[in-house]
Design a protein around this ligand. Structure first.
Ligand SMILES: NC(=O)c1ccc[n+]([C@@H]2O[C@H](COP(=O)([O-])OP(=O)(O)OC[C@H]3O[C@@H](n4cnc5c(N)ncnc54)[C@H](OP(=O)(O)O)[C@@H]3O)[C@@H](O)[C@H]2O)c1
Length: 251
């Protein structure tokens, strides 16, 4: 097992996961909406392919061009932080189209080859906000919680074919472009009446003592989910995610 396709490799967790797997001598198909040379080290084992997971034709072209793979990592995702009244339905649809339906569509696209070969692993990257949902993230949390449920059901369905499906659940990673990307795409006009709660939430984010997740934590968790058949269904990645998972168990 040594060829892995990762979605959303232009930055953050996807980029670090691609690097980490290259360092472990895997063949990596790093996919990006707008491929850029130079973000990853040159390697004979690296291919960069264009892929927009919200576009069915783009998915079909990328999966066809990739050829046989052993592991699919559904990492690409978009954030959205706002009170629900400040979220338009087009923003909500965009979040679900990418985070939820994009993950489902990518998984569907690789399953025929996994089932025929009776092997393969799908790793879905969700978020620790699904463990104890915080305020102002209702739509984002729902989009990722749906992937948790999708993954857990699908894993049972695919066991008979020797195909594994696992969840990697990262905590908050302020070092990736996630927050900036979310703000750039979705804006952040906090609606009337929600300013006080928003100020509290932002203040909590600023607390420098808080544990956070590093991109490498996620790369390591993806590696474990991909290579260790005894890996649990839900693998928290990052010190804060591990703490959240423990707290959720006690609740
Ligand atoms: N950072 C956090 O705090 C955090 C915490 C928990 C979970 N997560 C999850 O972890 C994953 C990676 O996040 P990150 O922190 O690494 O953020 P990031 O740096 O913003 O990376 C997100 C990646 O997803 C890609 N993407 C977005 N929409 C796409 C689409 N339609 N098709 C293909 N690629 C698309 C982006 O590509 P472009 O460059 O083209 O936009 C980018 O490569 C996401 O699923 C996110 O929800 C993040």
């Amino acid at each position: 097992m040594n060829t892995i396709l990762v979605t959303g490799c232009s930055s953050g967790f996807g980029l670090e996961t691609a690097r980490y797997l290259l360092d472990r001598n895997w063949t990596v198909i790093a996919t990006m909406r707008a491929p850029r040379e130079g973000v990853l080290p040159r390697s004979d084992r690296l291919r960069i392919l264009p892929l927009d997971i919200a576009d069915a034709d783009s998915i079909a072209r990328a999966v066809d061009a990739a050829g046989p793979i052993d592991v699919l990592v559904n990492n690409a995702g978009v954030g959205l932080l706002n009170a629900l009244e400040g979220v338009s339905m087009s923003m909500a649809r965009e979040v679900f189209e990418t985070n939820t339906l994009g993950t489902i569509a990518m998984t569907k696209a690789v399953l025929p080859q996994f089932r025929e070969r009776r092997s393969g692993v799908v790793v879905n990257v969700t978020s620790s906000v699904t463990l104890r949902p915080p305020p102002l993230l209702s739509v984002y949390t729902a989009s990722k919680a749906a992937v948790n449920a999708f993954t857990e059901s699908l894993a049972l369905e695919l066991e008979q074919f020797g195909v594994r499906v696992r969840l990697v659940i990262p905590g908050r990673a302020p070092d990736t472009s996630f927050g900036d990307n979310a703000r750039a795409r979705m804006g952040m006009n906090i609606p009337e009446g929600h300013a006080e709660l928003a100020a509290q939430v932002f203040a909590r984010f600023q607390q420098s003592t808080e544990q956070v997740t590093r991109a490498q934590d996620v790369a390591e968790a993806v590696w474990r989910a991909a290579t260790d058949p005894s890996c649990p269904m839900r693998l928290p990645a990052g010190a804060d995610a591990v703490a959240e998972a423990e707290a959720a168990k006690r609740a």
